[in-house]
Write a protein of this length. Structure first.
Length: 160
């Protein structure tokens, strides 16, 4: 098996933190929080009093870490080296995974289309932001990784 470059873990952590901020703003009263609460059939007073159960935060953090790590692997596998490529990756990853699953939830599980659209919008913005952070940050390591890979693979026609 050939030389493999590891994902930039700091970029993954930064992307995850940015994704959490995107979601916090997305579901706040500033944007879609009120509508989201209404569509979930939760009275606003009950939602405010109950808050989010403490156990959900670590689960959400792990879920975001998984998404960030997978995006970092896709950046490496796709050879993405700029923000434009990162945006394309974020779009296609969003379309193929969260958007497709949310359509399925509305289609087969009778989830509200509006609620699915709110979630899809959050995932759209989050995937773009996370992919760009990972792609741009990781591209700064690309010349180092390329030079390491070149040192491992002998030049054409040379002997070891």
């Amino acid at each position: 098996m050939g030389h493999s470059v590891k994902p930039n873990y700091w970029a993954v952590v930064a992307a995850v933190l940015a994704g959490l901020v995107v979601s916090a703003i997305w579901y706040s009263p500033l944007l879609f929080g009120k509508l989201w609460t209404e569509l979930r059939d939760v009275a606003p007073a009950a939602a405010d009093q109950a808050g989010m159960p403490a156990w959900k935060w670590p689960v959400e953090a792990v879920r975001e870490l998984v998404v960030g790590y997978v995006l970092a692997r896709l950046v490496l596998l796709g050879g993405i080296v700029d923000w434009k490529g990162s945006l394309k990756l974020g779009f296609w990853a969003w379309l193929g995974f969260p958007a497709a699953m949310l359509v399925g939830a509305s289609l087969w599980d009778n989830k509200s289309w509006t609620l699915s659209a709110i979630h899809a919008g959050d995932w759209f913005v989050k995937m773009l932001v996370m992919a760009v952070i990972i792609g741009v940050w990781s591209s700064r390591r690309a010349p180092v990784a390329a030079s390491r890979a070149a040192a491992v693979v002998p030049a054409e026609g040379s002997q070891r």
